[in-house]
Design a protein around this ligand. Structure first.
Ligand SMILES: NC(=O)c1ccc[n+]([C@@H]2O[C@H](COP(=O)([O-])OP(=O)(O)OC[C@H]3O[C@@H](n4cnc5c(N)ncnc54)[C@H](OP(=O)(O)O)[C@@H]3O)[C@@H](O)[C@H]2O)c1
Length: 236
């Protein structure tokens, strides 16, 4: 099995890397990260550079693995806050700069990854492409408000995933494209918004254990949908 993990320096991406490195059915792992990945001497992992906010970088990354037929591609990149700003609590906090940055990383970036990596999915047997999204992107589930750009970037990502699922079915009937909600996971992204001892907090390894089981059970019917770590469908 050939696996591609984009965002392998992140808490969740790295836990996926660990998880699949220990899987005997996995022959090759192609790992992509913006910052340098610290890896043990594991011959099955090949690491490449990628900046998901730059089309040339994504194109170049896809060219590095030309000819590989991926059975599974996981896109685990994303941002919620930067050194300059956090998620918007109120209408007063909205700005073009925040929308541009968050949408570029969370929506346009994964969309352009799809442009270059969807054609690399295996066409001879079931292949899967999974984008880490977020439950807060669900409009029907929005009860608290706030986090305008992050929420909207994930809502838009879910729409892109749905589009991918429709278009890919014409050229690769065995491909399944989904969004995944990992739960609340200890990471750099979640750190400012979680507290130690919080009851619903997963370690990255716990979350990935659940997500890997969801990925394993994906069926054609799931194409285009957004699934939670417990296997439940998250409504748009
Ligand atoms: N943690 C949670 O509770 C939670 C909940 C719901 C959804 N999610 C989603 O899960 C995904 C992973 O989050 P995480 O918790 O693992 O966060 P994380 O530890 O902060 O990891 C984020 C990853 O995204 C990468 N990244 C950001 N911008 C990039 C760019 N321009 N080019 C390449 N890589 C870039 C980071 O690379 P660097 O190492 O180079 O910065 C890092 O590898 C995100 O999509 C997030 O929205 C997380």
């Amino acid at each position: 099995m050939n696996i591609c993990i984009i965002g392998s320096t992140g808490a969740i991406g790295n836990a996926f890397l660990e998880y699949y490195s220990a899987d005997n059915e996995v022959t090759n792992i192609y790992s992509f990260s913006r910052s340098k990945l610290k890896i043990d001497k594991n011959a099955s992992i090949k690491n490449f550079q990628i900046d998901v906010e730059n089309e040339n970088s994504i194109k170049k990354a896809s060219e590095e693995v030309r000819g590989v037929a991926f059975d599974l591609v996981i896109v685990a990149t994303g941002i919620l806050h930067t050194d300059e700003f956090g998620p918007e609590k109120s209408i007063r906090d909205l700005s073009f700069d925040k929308f541009e940055k968050i949408f570029k990383a969370n929506t346009a970036g994964p969309a352009i990854i799809g442009k270059y990596f969807l054609p690399l999915l295996n066409k001879n047997s079931t292949s899967k492409m999974c984008f880490l999204s977020a439950k807060v992107g669900s409009i029907s589930d929005n009860r608290l408000g706030g986090w305008y750009s992050y929420r909207a970037s994930k809502t838009a990502l879910n729409q892109i995933i749905k589009n991918f699922s429709i278009e890919i079915s014409r050229s690769n009937k065995k491909a399944i494209i989904v969004g995944l909600q990992p739960g609340t996971v200890i990471s750099k992204l979640s750190k400012p918004f979680t507290r130690q001892g919080q009851s619903n907090l997963f370690t990255p390894q716990e979350s990935v254990g659940h997500l890997a089981s969801v990925i394993d059970k994906l069926e054609a019917d799931n194409n285009g949908s957004m699934l939670s770590w417990d296997g439940n469908i998250i409504q748009p």
